[in-house]
Design a protein around this ligand. Sequence first.
Ligand code: SF4
Ligand code: SF4
Length: 365
Amino acid sequence: MIVSWNTTNACNMYCAHCYRDAGCKAEEELSTAEAKELLNQIARAGFKIMIFSGGEPLMRPDILDLVKHAADLKLIPVFGTNGTLITREMAADLKAAGAKAMGISLDSLDADKHDKFRSFKNAWAGAVEGMKNCRAVGLPFQVHTTVMDWNSGELEALTDFAVEIGAKAHHFFFLVPTGRAATIEEESLRAEEYESVLTRILKKQQEVSIELKPTCAPQFIRILDQLGMTSRFKRGCLAGLSYCIISPRGKVQPCAYLNMELGDVRQTPFDEIWKNNPILKKLRTLEYSGNCGGCRYKNKCGGCRARAAIYHNGDFMSAEPWCKGGIRVEENYFVLHQVGASTCAGGIVRPLLEANAVDSRIPRL
Ligand code: SF4
Ligand code: SF4
């Protein structure tokens, strides 16, 4: 299980897509003692991978202390960072504290494009320097790319770059229009492009030995199956099932982009929230509506619950709007029809009608 804690809202950049709308340190961020107690509760809840993110997590002065605490709890501390603050010394200190991997953002091979997206001069150079510093001290790192319309043509080249510089993996983050990203919604990909970009990424995986992973594009699980490929990833959307996120002030959400507060760790221990929250329980039913509800991949993929909520008035169990796969529901119901027809003439009518009704709600993009 994976949990992400936005350690701080402070950031040295002002990225266009930031879901946290980070910049300045937020008021009342968790103190060191509160953060350590949160880590205790995270371990108690059974989580293993502990993502320190932000804002920019390396702007927290106590970050090394917290990483060490997490490692002492046998959590696996990893980072989501812009990389610019990873000096050689910091890389060595992070490794010594117990950090297992750094996820460093790089959105383009064109430094100007990356810098513009991140609103920070030399963001690109700083990120690459951070990668080199990790490599120099033997701290594993991976490249994180936010996929937009303006960089979707260079994803394979970015993977080649990741291989060349020594990254262990290249993860592709698909935009969910929340926070500042809502203002660049029109730059995000749509269903047709999703299919094509995801297919390209999965095909590129055949050429490289580092791990490629689309993130927050859960339909990649369906496409894998359709391409006859296998992967170690067994589930698309993890929100509420084996993943959640905590804000700098200790508010828990099912994921960064699903803007629903599940509880406050200052009032209720995290492990209790994780176990008992009704929204989490609902997510765990997998009882979706729309095309996801009838889709034969719903248990493995699940669609993006955040995009479902954003595009369906907060209904987080409704259809993932940017998936073309819902048509597969017809095949499932057609099979039911064939099997049932010979034994129970009345029983087959309703499922078939439901299938048609579901199909009619597939978003036309
Ligand atoms: S709801 Fe969407 S953004 Fe959140 S974890 Fe699932 S796929 Fe990712
Ligand atoms: S319809 Fe929903 S569950 Fe099915 S593949 Fe698409 S996003 Fe996944």
